[in-house]
Design a protein around this ligand. Structure first.
Ligand code: FES
Ligand code: FES
Length: 163
């Protein structure tokens, strides 16, 4: 443990300061200090995916990434993807496909899906499975999740064609 100090994080496009031990897991700072509670604590050891966020565009497990490691990087949480009035196509697709039961895994899965679609806008089922291999869902929503991600990919492609 180190002494608490103030660290500035770039979260969802805003500079946010937290005063914590820099070795604190990013997840705790997001949830307890910044009120961003979409990312969840599941296992704490990179085995469930519930805590996933984007860091410089890549999926990262915020249960093991420290505040110090995340400082200076662009952090995006589920809250930064869309709003209730202007949801991200993935958020809309998860709703349309009813791809949520208890919702505990959902934030991490949507964040992982965002990283996937940014890298591969038209993923097939094996690519989606691979991207989600370290995301557990105890409620068994997997087949709906896969459909939702395909739906979002189609929606994003259609938007691009219209633009
Ligand atoms: S809480 Fe981070 S992977 Fe499970
Ligand atoms: S919806 Fe409950 S854990 Fe996935």
């Amino acid at each position: 443990m180190s002494a608490a100090r103030t660290v500035t994080l770039q979260v969802n496009g805003q500079a946010r300061s937290v005063t914590v031990d820099p070795e604190t897991p990013l997840l705790y700072a997001l949830r307890n200090d910044l009120g961003l509670v979409a990312a969840k604590y599941g296992c704490g050891v990179e085995q469930c995916g519930a805590c996933a966020v984007l860091v410089d565009g890549e999926k990262a497990f915020s249960c093991t990434l420290t505040v110090e490691q995340a400082a200076g990087k662009a952090i995006v949480t589920l809250e930064g993807l869309g709003t209730p009035d202007a949801p991200h196509p993935l958020q809309k697709a998860f709703e349309a496909e009813q791809a949520v039961q208890c919702g505990y895994c959902t934030s991490g899965i949507i964040v992982a899906a965002k990283a996937l679609l940014d890298a591969n806008p038209d993923p097939d089922l094996p690519a989606i499975r691979l991207a989600l291999q370290d995301h557990l869902c105890r409620c068994g929503t997997h087949s709906r999740v896969f459909r939702a991600i395909r739906r979002a990919a189609q929606e994003m492609k259609t938007r691009e064609l219209r633009a």
